[in-house]
Design a protein around this ligand. Structure first.
Ligand SMILES: [Zn+2]
Ligand SMILES: [Zn+2]
Length: 470
């Protein structure tokens, strides 16, 4: 096949799990390597309480036999699939044939589980590309035990780098999302251009990154735009706007300022920028920072690797202490340790980066020392909400005030339409969405791929031009 074509292995009509293979000649690029949120199994995510996990050591077999990841055996670590029945894997895809390429490259847009869960199971020879900040974060996640490591060869790329695969080039463009290092791509095969946004939002700290992506796409005259559509619903006009990151951080600052007892903070450590901002805001209010050990390991490792987004950030110079009871035997951290008793005795002095389900810590922290009934708990874009029955029970038992400070990582439906209208591609594909048909494309023709479909770029454009699939 000399003509560029796309195969859709995941993310069609579902949230998360975008797996699209672009191929031309003997070269191909798979973009993103996660599992859809609504799959039979969701990969272990430390933020989820008792998820229905794959069996440790058999994860890849189960993802493949469940039709949850591309059935291209050359992508995977052979040690993880010894004696796996390839015919049974093909059956999960209805016995369909897929294109073959001599060399597949993998690009991972960001470090959320629904985009990178398969990375630990990648073939040792698979060339993997990601942004520098995604790479630093991945190393942190491995150090903190939040992801298994990979044997694959990772190339970390500077923002706006262009990789030339011969048949086509790929440019990496950093975006704004609640995973540090998130980036989109533009593929150019000399005949057609395809842009993929990855996950993105405008309510973050850097909406200008989205404008820059739009401008780069306009310059390239994109043929096919692939965007996420997570926040689309059956009626997108009723979707509420979310607060900006600036407003969220100002509220955080107010809550910390007014708190009389201990401040518990539960947030996603994959958003290193928010973590940095909250560290420096709390320190500015006179609070010392204490962390659960795996969060401290992620922070230490990622910033030691070098996070470009955090260059010169004041948080890098703020001391971190680690709750000694949370440190597993194998973990070596260069930070000072602190006991639960010490924190309990001086509740007004600390902000605790806490990790669910360490609720038992709260018993000691609240029962000991003084200032009973004065602590606050902040949940900031974390999957365990303050209404979660286990958490709510503890907050009630100790008279702790709960606060939810979240703005999500995904674009509002109006922002989606605005992006599509301004890029004005010949065709748009909405992935990572349960309601792709709700997308207001501002007159741009939509193409709705089905899972497992392979289609040439030119036939997507012909279908769009004929208006059949709009
Ligand atoms: Zn996602
Ligand atoms: Zn994401």
């Amino acid at each position: 096949m000399l003509e560029g074509q796309l195969t859709f292995f995941g993310g069609t009509g579902k949230s998360g799990g975008v797996q699209v293979l672009f191929g031309k000649g003997n070269q191909a690029l798979l973009f993103d390597f996660g599992v859809e949120h609504s799959s039979l199994l969701f990969p272990t995510q430390v933020t989820l309480y008792e998820p229905v996990n794959a069996t440790p050591g058999r994860e890849l077999r189960q993802f493949l036999l469940g039709g949850m990841t591309a059935p291209l055996m050359e992508l995977y670590d052979p040690d993880r699939i010894t004696e796996l029945d390839a015919a049974a894997v093909r059956r999960a895809w209805g016995g369909r044939d897929f294109p073959h390429y001599d060399q597949i490259h993998l690009y991972i847009g960001h470090m959320h589980t629904d985009h990178m869960a398969l990375l630990p199971f990648a073939h040792p020879d698979l060339p993997v590309y990601m942004s520098r900040d995604s790479h630093a974060l991945f190393k942190g996640m491995v150090a903190g035990g939040h992801s298994l490591d990979t044997k694959a060869q990772i190339t970390a790329l500077d923002d706006l780098s262009i990789i030339d695969f011969g048949e086509f080039t790929v440019q990496i463009i950093e975006m704004d999302h609640n995973a540090t290092g998130a980036s989109g791509i533009i593929i150019d095969d000399g005949t057609h251009t395809i842009a993929y946004t990855g996950d993105w939002r405008r309510q973050g700290k850097r909406p200008e990154r989205i404008d820059r992506f739009i401008e780069l796409c306009r310059d390239k005259q994109i043929d096919v735009l692939i965007t996420e559509g997570t926040r689309l619903t059956a009626d997108p006009s009723s979707v509420p706007h979310q607060m900006t990151e600036e407003t969220l951080l100002a509220s955080f600052s107010d809550i910390v300022c007014e708190a009389e007892g201990l401040v518990y903070l539960q947030m996603s450590p994959r958003d290193l920028e928010r973590m940095a901002d909250m560290i420096s805001i709390a320190a500015g209010k006179g609070r010392s920072i204490v962390m659960e050990a795996s969060l401290a390991a992620i922070w230490y490792t990622a910033v030691s690797e070098g996070v470009t987004r955090l260059e010169g950030h004041p948080a890098l110079d703020i001391p971190i202490q680690v709750i000694d009871a949370s440190v597993p035997a194998h973990l070596n951290l260069p930070y000072e340790m602190i006991s639960l008793e010490e924190v309990a005795g001086n509740k007004e002095k600390y902000l605790y980066f806490y990790k669910f389900p360490d609720l038992a810590h709260m018993i000691e922290l609240e029962a000991l020392g003084d200032l009973q009934g004065k602590s606050v708990f902040i949940q900031s874009d974390y999957s365990v909400k303050i209404e979660h029955p286990h958490l709510a029970k503890f907050l009630k038992a100790y008279g702790i005030t709960g606060h939810a400070l979240s703005n999500g990582g995904h674009a509002h439906p109006e922002a989606l339409s605005d992006l599509i209208g301004r890029i004005a591609p010949k065709a748009v594909i909405t992935l990572h969405s349960r309601f792709p048909e709700s997308q207001n494309t501002r007159g741009v023709k939509a193409y709705d791929p089905v899972k497992g479909e392979t289609v040439t770029v030119s036939s997507i454009l012909e279908t769009a031009a004929s208006g059949v699939n709009s």
